[in-house]
Design a protein around this ligand. Structure first.
Ligand code: TMP
Length: 222
C-alpha cells in the first residue's frame, strides 16, 4: 500500500486557511483522491477538549510552557488517531496547522525558541514531517483584522470567546509572522509560500498547481 500524502496549511489567524482547505479537498475528491481533513488543536475527542482549554479567552491563564505542552499533547493524539492511520491507508491528509504553528506562535510569539519546539517535536511526534506545507501570507493587517472580526461574530453567536490568541497584541503577531518567514527560508523544499494581495480563486489556483506537481512526483516515486 503506498503511503498517502501529508499536506499542512499554515499562516496567521485570518489568512484564509479554512476556505482554501475546503476548496482543495473538493478539488482532490473530484479527481478521485481519498481525503481526510483535520485541524490542530482539535480533530479528535480528546483534542477538542484540549482546544477548548487552549482557546478559551475567559478561562484560567496558561503558562507558555503549559500552552506548548498541550499543543503537543493534542498533536500526539491526532497523529495516533487520525493522521498516521489515514496516511497508512494511502489517503491525502489536509491538516489545518501542525508543528510550524507551535514554532511560530510558541517559539516566536511567546519567545520559547525554535530549538525547544523542534526538540519536543522529535520526542513527541517522532519528527514526523509534512510532505508539503502551504504557508498563506496575505497582508498582515488584513489577516488580523479578519480574525478579530470573525472572533467577535462567533462570540455573539455562541456566547463563547475562543479568541485567546486573537486578543494578543500586534507585536506578538509580528513575531509569529517573522518566525514563519524564517521556517520557510530554512525549508524551501517543504514550505511553499503564497503571498500577496490575491483573491480566493487566485490562491486556490496556486495551491492546486503546487499540489498537482507533488502528486505527480509521488506517483513517479511510488
Ligand atoms: P485556528 O483553529 O483558528 O487556527 O486557531 C488555533 C489557534 O491556536 C491559532 O490562534 C493559532 C494557535 N496555535 C498555536 O498557538 N500553536 C499551535 O501549535 C497550534 C496548532 C495553534
Amino acid at each position: 500500500m503506498p503511503r498517502g500524502l501529508f499536506i499542512t496549511f499554515e499562516g496567521l489567524d485570518g489568512s484564509g486557511k479554512t476556505t482554501q482547505i475546503k476548496r482543495l479537498a473538493a478539488w482532490l475528491e473530484g479527481r478521485g483522491h481519498p481525503v481526510v481533513v483535520t485541524r490542530q488543536p482539535g480533530g479528535t475527542a480528546a483534542g477538542d477538549r484540549m482546544r477548548a482549554i487552549l482557546l478559551d479567552a475567559q478561562g484560567a491563564p496558561l503558562a507558555p510552557m503549559a500552552e506548548m505542552a498541550l499543543m503537543f499533547a493534542d498533536r500526539a493524539q491526532a497523529i495516533a488517531e487520525v493522521i498516521r492511520p489515514a496516511l497508512e491507508a494511502g489517503k491525502i491528509v489536509l491538516c489545518d496547522r501542525f508543528t510550524d504553528s507551535t514554532e511560530a506562535y510558541q517559539g516566536g510569539g511567546r519567545g520559547l525558541e525554535s530549538a525547544t519546539v523542534l526538540e519536543l517535536h522529535r520526542l513527541i511526534c517522532a519528527d514526523m514531517q509534512p510532505d508539503l506545507t502551504l504557508l498563506l501570507m496575505p497582508n498582515f493587517e488584513a489577516s488580523l483584522a479578519r480574525a478579530r472580526r470573525r472572533n467577535t461574530r462567533a462570540q455573539e453567536r455562541t456566547g463563547k470567546n475562543e479568541g485567546r490568541f486573537e486578543a494578543e497584541q500586534d507585536a506578538f503577531y509580528r513575531r509569529v509572522w517573522e518566525k514563519y518567514r524564517e521556517i520557510a527560508a530554512r525549508e524551501p523544499q517543504r514550505v511553499v509560500r503564497i503571498e500577496g494581495d490575491l483573491n480566493i480563486e487566485e490562491v486556490h489556483e496556486q495551491i492546486v498547481e503546487t499540489v498537482a506537481e507533488r502528486l505527480l512526483l509521488t506517483v513517479k516515486e511510488g
